[in-house]
Design a binder for this molecule. Sequence first.
Ligand code: HEM
Ligand code: HEM
Length: 135
Amino acid sequence: MSKITVWFIKSALVYFMLAVILGLHMAVSGTTYPYMPIHAHFNLLGWMTMMIYGVGYHILPRFSGKPLYSDKLAEWQFWLANIGLVGMALGWIVRSWQGDSRMLLIFSIVEAASAVIFVINMFKTIKAAPPVPAK
Ligand code: HEM
Ligand code: HEM
């Protein structure tokens, strides 16, 4: 596995554990803000999306028979995805304490930028397999 795949899978596992802990907390003490959106996004952007990023970086170039378009973009994408998600979680906490959404907005844009970079890198990597020659 490439280092980017390992980094994404390890991050996904960590977010999953944090999300499960928050989920158990909510199951016991109720769904007070900001736990609900943090739980949802640690699961959906952290666990699920980052697992898909990691597995995608491994298998999609292989399916295409082509190397990944850019390893550098993939590294940038990894850091933006993590900084964005942790920042979003802190942004939800700040919003629940002070009613100020600016931090959430800024890190949401960082997270969205990371998603766009992944899409661009994959669009440039994937290509249809050549048709199987007739016998
Ligand atoms: C041990 C694992 C988990 C526990 C204990 C748990 C617990 C909870 C609890 C207590 C709520 C609040 C529900 C309510 O009262 O309205 C909740 C909401 C939610 N959970 Fe989990 N959860 C777990 C795993 C997951 C996973 C794996 C995902 C997604 C992949 C997920 C996605 C969500 C989402 C999206 C919400 C918000 C639903 C809404 O907007 O109404 N959870 N979870
Ligand atoms: C850049 C990516 C994303 C951003 C910036 C974002 C942002 C948000 C925000 C601001 C909310 C409102 C939460 C609140 O304050 O109550 C929300 C809710 C929600 N989002 Fe996302 N989201 C993103 C990606 C996703 C993805 C990929 C999924 C599903 C796969 C998802 C599923 C949900 C769900 C289920 C809720 C309702 C959660 C709740 O009940 O608290 N989001 N999102």
